[in-house]
Ligand binder design. Structure first.
Ligand SMILES: [Zn+2]
Length: 228
């Protein structure tokens, strides 16, 4: 069995560092799903979010990328979100082999209208995913369209159709995603399990077990992280 821990939408929550130390010892693969650096005080405070971000841009993601690089066995894969300045050390459009599995990362989000540093159109997703080819596990900040994991507060599905097409075509075993804070959950597209654990900064992460008999995935409260 392969055990996977996944945290996304960290938004500068410093609990990520002890969490990484704890899970890196216990899981075969650890994934970070983006929106690492941008402090998030809610939709009504975007100007303040930006002001705080400019005080220490890239500080958190630098710490996480350095942790991933020194982790023995390179079990930690880091994907960025729309709020993160693109960094070549992150996994974007490439695949790594971890625990005998092909793990691919795709960062950024669809355009939000707010001009964040890492956004791309559906066509951009199509090219990146085409280049990536088939993987066993896809870590993608922007969820695939039309599941329980991409339902925005507006009541509409906010996922990417290009990501969904990729999942239908290539049938990865597992998709780890985030971005839509208000839509944590587990769903399936054909034989693929999709997991959005909800934001780490609100105290959630995800765990998935890959076994011969299939995949089990669930959302875990951070308060349980001492015994992941
Ligand atoms: Zn995002």
């Amino acid at each position: 069995m392969t055990r996977i821990a996944f945290a996304t939408d960290i938004h500068r929550d410093a609990r990520i560092f002890p969490w990484l130390e704890a899970v890196a010892r216990k899981f075969d693969l650890v994934a970070v799903g983006g929106d690492i650096d941008f402090p998030y005080l809610g939709l009504r405070n975007y100007k303040l979010n930006f002001a705080l971000y400019r005080l220490r841009p890239n500080a958190f993601q630098d710490g996480i990328l350095r942790f991933a690089a020194r982790e023995p066995g390179r079990r930690v894969v880091v994907v960025q979100g729309n709020h993160d300045n693109p960094d070549p050390r992150a996994c974007n459009g490439t695949a790594l082999e971890i625990a005998g599995l092909a793990v691919g990362g795709v960062g950024g989000s669809l355009p939000t209208g707010a001009g964040f540093p890492f956004e791309l159109e559906e066509g951009g997703y199509r090219s990146v995913l085409q280049r990536l080819g088939r993987v066993d596990i896809l870590v993608v900040h922007q969820p695939p369209y039309d599941t329980r994991c991409d339902l925005a507060y507006t009541g509409s599905h906010a996922g990417s159709k290009a990501v969904r097409e990729y999942v239908e075509r290539e049938a990865p075993t597992l998709v780890l995603t985030g971005h839509i804070h208000e839509s944590p959950g587990v769903d399936r597209i054909g034989g693929t399990t999709v997991l959005n654990p909800g934001p780490f900064f609100k105290g959630h992460y995800g765990v998935a077990d890959l076994a011969e008999g299939g995949v089990t995935a669930r959302v875990v409260d951070l308060s349980a992280s001492a015994r992941p």
